[in-house]
Design a protein around this ligand. Structure first.
Ligand code: SF4
Length: 433
C-alpha cells in the first residue's frame, strides 16, 4: 500500500491541497480530508468505456485517426470545454486550434465569462484565499452558494478558517449573503439580502450610491429597503479587510457583465475607505486556468477564433452557444466537459448533427452523441499536471494510479501531429498535381 499526503483535489475551484490518498493494487482505497464530493470522485476513479467510433469499440490509434480525419476535413471546427483538465492540456488545445484555424472556447463563456469581460473593463482588485483566511473580517457571498458547491471553502478559507489576524475564525468575521433565495449559505450569514430576481444591478447601484455619500430616495432597490442598504454599507465600510465573492447568480442573470462591472466598481469604491478584495467563485477545478492559459497564449481568455491565422476575440460570435445555435461549425472537439448536459437544447442537439469528438475520462452525455469517443486518464488521479485555484494560484496535480489510457494532453498532441501530417501531405500532393 502507498500513501499520498497533501494531494490536490481538483473537483471544484477551491482545489483543497490537503487530501490523503491510500492506494493498493492500483486502486484508491481511502481518501481522507476531502468533502463528500471529493471522496466519491476519488474512490470511483476507474477507467471508463473503451475508445469508440460510430458506437463501435476500436483500438485507441483507430479512434485517434478517425478524430484526425474529421478535424483535417472540417472548414470551421470548434474546440470547446477544457475547464476540468490540466493547463498543459489547455495549452495543447490552443496549439491544435491554431493548426486547424478553429474557434476555441471554454466553459467560461457559459459561467463566469461576463465577469471576465467586466474585469477587462474595470480591473480586478483581487487577493489570494490565503489573505482571506488570515485577514478578512467581512466576507460577502453574492449569487453563490459555497456551502453546497464548494463544501470546504468556509472551513479552509473564508468563514470558520482561523488565520493570523482572525484567530477566532467565525467569531472574528461578519458574513453577508445576497441571493434570490435563502440558500444554505444565506442561512449561515449574519446579514442576508434577498434580492428580487434579475435586480442585482439596482442593489449594487444603491450600495455604491451610499458608499459615495449620496442619499437614497426610492422605497426599495431590487426588493431591498434603504435601511437594509445602509446597514450593509456600514458593515462594508467598517471592515478592516473585506472580501467580495461572486458567482453565477451575478454573472448569468439579467445584466450579466454590467452586474459584475458594478460589483467590481463597488469594491474599487470601498478601497478608497478600507481594504477590500474580490474573487470570482469559480466552479470547475481548472476553469481559472483555462482563462489564464488562453490569455497568455493568445491574448484573450475565451471566445477565440484562429480562421485568419491569428487569434480574434469576440464573445457572442466565437462563443459556444452562439456558434452551435447558428450552426456555424462543421465539427466539434469537446475536451473534459459535457455540453450536451449543460448547454441550451438547440445548441446541444446540433452537436449530434455534426461529427463530434469527445476526449473525457468519463462516458458523458456528450460522449453518447459523439462520433468518436477517446477515453483519457483522469487528471489529478491517473495523470499529473497544473491547475489554477479560483484566486489564480497554480497548484500541481499528482498521478497516484495508472490508467490504460493516455492523458488529455498526450491525446491532443497526437491529434495535432496527425492533422499537421495530413495537411503536409495534402500540400505536397497539390504541388505534384
Ligand atoms: S471543496 Fe472542492 S476542492 Fe475541496 S475537497 Fe471538496 S470538491 Fe475537492
Amino acid at each position: 500500500m502507498r500513501t499520498f499526503e497533501n494531494t490536490v483535489c481538483s473537483f471544484c475551484g477551491s482545489l483543497c491541497d490537503d487530501i490523503v490518498l491510500e492506494v493498493e493494487d492500483n486502486v484508491i482505497t481511502k481518501a481522507r480530508g476531502g468533502c463528500a464530493i471529493s471522496r466519491r470522485k476519488f474512490l470511483s476513479a476507474i477507467d471508463s468505456e473503451a475508445p469508440l467510433v460510430d458506437g463501435k469499440e476500436v483500438k485507441f490509434d483507430e479512434a485517434i485517426n478517425a478524430a484526425v480525419e474529421i478535424l483535417a476535413k472540417a472548414r470551421h471546427p470548434l474546440i470547446y470545454g477544457l475547464s476540468s483538465t490540466s493547463s498543459e492540456a489547455q495549452a495543447a488545445a490552443v496549439k491544435l486550434g491554431e493548426t486547424l484555424g478553429a474557434s476555441v472556447d471554454s466553459t467560461s463563456s457559459v459561467c463566469h465569462g461576463p465577469g471576465t469581460v467586466a474585469k477587462q473593463l474595470v480591473g480586478l482588485p483581487t487577493c489570494t484565499l490565503g489573505e482571506v483566511k488570515n485577514r478578512a473580517d467581512v466576507v460577502v457571498f453574492w449569487g453563490c452558494n459555497p456551502v453546497e458547491a464548494h463544501p470546504r471553502h468556509f472551513s479552509r478559507y473564508s468563514v470558520q478558517a482561523k488565520g493570523l489576524l482572525r484567530e477566532q475564525g467565525r467569531r472574528d468575521r461578519k458574513v453577508i449573503a445576497v441571493d434570490v433565495r435563502r440558500t444554505a449559505t444565506a442561512r449561515i450569514a449574519d446579514i442576508f439580502l434577498q434580492v428580487a430576481p434579475n435586480e442585482d444591478f439596482q442593489v449594487l447601484t444603491a450600495l455604491r450610491a451610499v458608499i459615495n455619500g449620496n442619499e437614497l430616495r426610492e422605497e426599495t432597490f431590487g426588493g431591498i429597503s434603504p435601511e437594509e442598504i445602509q446597514d450593509v454599507c456600514d458593515v462594508l465600510q467598517s471592515a478592516e479587510y473585506g472580501v467580495f465573492f461572486f458567482g453565477m447568480g451575478l454573472t448569468m442573470t439579467q445584466g450579466t457583465h454590467h452586474n459584475v462591472r458594478q460589483a467590481l466598481s463597488l469594491v474599487r469604491d470601498l478601497n478608497r475607505k478600507t481594504a477590500f478584495g474580490v474573487i470570482p467563485m469559480r466552479g470547475h477545478g481548472n476553469v481559472a486556468g483555462t482563462e489564464t492559459v488562453l490569455a497568455w497564449q493568445t491574448g484573450y481568455p475565451f471566445g477565440i477564433n484562429f480562421s485568419r491565422g491569428y487569434p480574434r476575440y469576440s464573445p457572442g460570435e466565437f462563443t459556444v452557444t452562439d456558434l452551435l445555435s447558428r450552426r456555424e461549425v462543421d465539427a466539434a472537439l469537446i475536451v473534459a466537459s459535457d455540453p450536451a448536459a449543460t448547454l441550451p437544447a438547440r445548441s446541444a442537439n446540433y452537436l449530434g448533427e455534426i461529427p463530434t469528438i469527445v476526449i473525457d475520462p468519463y462516458y458523458s452525455a456528450t460522449a453518447k452523441l459523439a462520433r468518436v469517443f477517446l477515453p483519457s486518464a483522469p487528471v489529478g488521479v491517473a495523470a499529473s499536471g497544473t491547475v489554477y485555484r479560483m484566486d489564480q494560484v497554480p497548484l500541481p496535480l499528482r498521478k497516484v494510479i495508472d490508467s490504460k489510457y493516455p492523458s488529455d494532453h498526450d491525446i491532443l498532441l497526437a491529434i495535432d501531429k496527425g492533422v499537421t501530417a495530413c495537411s503536409a501531405s495534402k500540400e505536397a500532393l497539390s504541388m505534384i498535381l
